[in-house]
Write a protein that binds this ligand. Structure first.
Ligand SMILES: Nc1nc(=O)c2c([nH]1)NC[C@@H]1CN(c3ccc(C(=O)N[C@@H](CCC(=O)O)C(=O)O)cc3)C=[N+]21
Length: 283
């Protein structure tokens, strides 16, 4: 049976580290500030943003949420981002995605000052990741790297397979595994033989967004399996992109859903904001 990688517990540990760092900064007068912009009334976004707020307050950040109506126009959103860019108390800005239809997401993400980019989604920071310049990194793949480390898995020299090629998870995940010296393959919806690719992977990161698409029987015995998927079934149950029970019989370690990657995504947002705040006094 596989070792269970407890994302909830590791995320709590990361929050503890961030809280300690915030206390150490207090005498200097620096309080990391995270501002979340939420547009419209997507119920899932409301839940996520509430969670981010709770996390930020727990670690001692200055936490602010701006909620714009679903009818907010792109110029209005850009004006808010410009105001936050200019506010010295704001170190991290997160614009909750997805944005309402008709708003150009790319234009909004590009308008965020890259030095305040809590998600690491700005094209400058995407480029920085690809050539190894330090900076904020996308939270989900950064959380996965931390989970691997905590599970005692060093990707160096291993075959890593990332299933999914999104800008927010798959692509940055591949870059981070490459930086960690893995031999990286990226599979996606047009991959010819996914079971064969999975069968070769020592480290498997599933980020497709389809419930239990990756079958346990495909998993290489002894592999480390990280499941980024969060799929809500009709009955309300949350499942990952990997068939958990069957995969756990073959893997050496595996993340659960929920309680795996999700809590780490939130925790890494705090790490990014702390680092952005620290960098703000160095310039
Ligand atoms: N600019 C931006 N940055 C984001 O990081 C971002 C975003 N927009 N839009 C939406 C997605 C989604 N997301 C989640 C993070 C953690 C959990 C999480 O903690 N999930 C729990 C379960 C929650 C449940 O039970 O529903 C878990 O996996 O254990 C979920 C979802 C961040 N997102």
């Amino acid at each position: 049976m596989a070792q269970l990688i407890d994302g909830k517990a590791i995320a709590a540990q990361v929050r503890g580290e961030v809280a300690r760092a915030v206390k150490e900064l207090a005498p200097t007068g620096l309080v990391p500030g995270l501002t979340v912009v939420r547009v419209g009334d997507d119920p899932a976004s409301a839940v996520y943003v509430r969670g981010k707020r709770k996390d930020s307050e727990e670690v001692g950040f200055r936490s602010v949420e701006h909620h714009l109506p679903a009818t907010a126009t792109q110029p209005e959103i850009l004006a808010l981002v410009a105001k936050l860019n200019a506010d010295p108390l704001v170190h991290g800005i997160l614009v909750q995605l997805p944005l309402p239809k008709g708003v150009d997401e790319r234009a909004v993400l590009e308008a965020i000052d890259p030095r305040k980019d809590a998600d690491g989604f700005h094209p400058y920071n995407v480029g920085a990741l690809s050539i190894g310049i330090p900076g904020p990194r996308p939270c989900t793949p950064a959380g996965v790297m931390r989970l691997l480390r905590e599970a005692g898995c060093d990707p160096k020299g291993k075959r890593a397979l990332v299933v999914g090629r999104s800008n927010i998870v798959g692509k940055p995940m591949a870059m981070m595994l490459l930086e960690a010296h893995a031999t990286v393959t990226v599979a996606h919806s047009r991959t010819a033989d996914l079971p064969a690719e999975v069968g070769r992977a020592d480290v498997l990161v599933a980020a497709i967004g389809k419930a239990e698409l990756v079958k346990g029987a495909w998993v290489k015995p002894g592999a480390v399996v990280i499941d980024v998927g969060m799929n809500r079934l009709a009955g309300g149950k949350l499942v990952g992109d990997v068939e958990f029970a069957a995969a756990a019989e073959r893997a050496s370690a595996i993340t659960p859903v929920p309680g795996g990657v999700g809590p780490m995504t939130r925790a890494m947002l705090l790490v990014n904001t702390l680092e952005l705040a620290r960098a703000s006094v160095r310039r």
